[in-house]
Design a protein around this ligand. Sequence first.
Ligand SMILES: [Zn+2]
Length: 317
Amino acid sequence: MAAAKDGRKAPARKSAAEEQLPGIEDARAAFGPALSGALERPRAMLRALRVRPPQLLHLEGGEAADRVALALWWAALLNCEDPEGMEPKAMAMGPCLSCSSCLRLGVNMHPDLILLDGREGSIKIDEVRGLRPILGEKPHFARWRVIIAAEAQSLGIEAANSLLKVLEDPCPDTCFVFTAPQRERLLPTLVSRGWMVTLPWPEAGRPLPEELRPWEQALGRFVAEGRGWLDMTSERNGMDAAKAQHIVLIGQKALADCIAGREGGMLSAVFRRLPEAALMQADEIFVEAQDQLQAQVSPLLVLDAMAARLHVLARRR
Ligand SMILES: [Zn+2]
């Protein structure tokens, strides 16, 4: 193995011959969190991306376990060997999760899967350097080699820059997946190179990430009082569809907090004063905003229209 020649340890990589085929139960457990109903939208997005996989995919939002499981599911989707799994109709469902490729990917025993694991400690620069010789080769068995940087916010600055350089070189038949709680935790240059898929917020009523609180407050204040929304000038510059999706998710989270009777932020306090019918309308407004963003309507236009409709709704109470 080329990576061993210079004495560096290659990232978690095992030869297929060393291992028995893993049990279906172990693989199912690994994929489990990726199969929840709440992740149907991100899964649909990945199924659509499978036709021409992006070199770098980002998975943000949700919980760490969801993100990492979905990264493995993506690897399985790209490499499922089930002949029926290749049918366009069956592909609408996702990978079979029981062929030898899916099983090995699920438990990280596939020679063409490399997992840089930042879940317990930082991802070291040597692990990233170890990728270089591997990436020059074609995948051993898989159609697509998949390199997962799990919880890529644990990349040190040197390791992150080294990964950027790796991404600049041609990496034939290789897909990278980075998982992180929010894109703001990664180098902007890494974020801008990749395709962003945002998972729904966890339902546990946890506090919002720091950098999204101003949006929650601005939206809450605007919906209640009809002002303050356009003051987010610097945050509005450089708004893209993925960030706008995030802001719509803030609204959906506030609605979920309100309906579940959880203590939330300013916006959920506004929702608490509304009758149930208005809450259902608010839900529709959020879903429509999501759809418009996916249809590539201008993100600021979508957010402004969403905020205005919510304000009208709140005033009508
Ligand atoms: Zn399969």
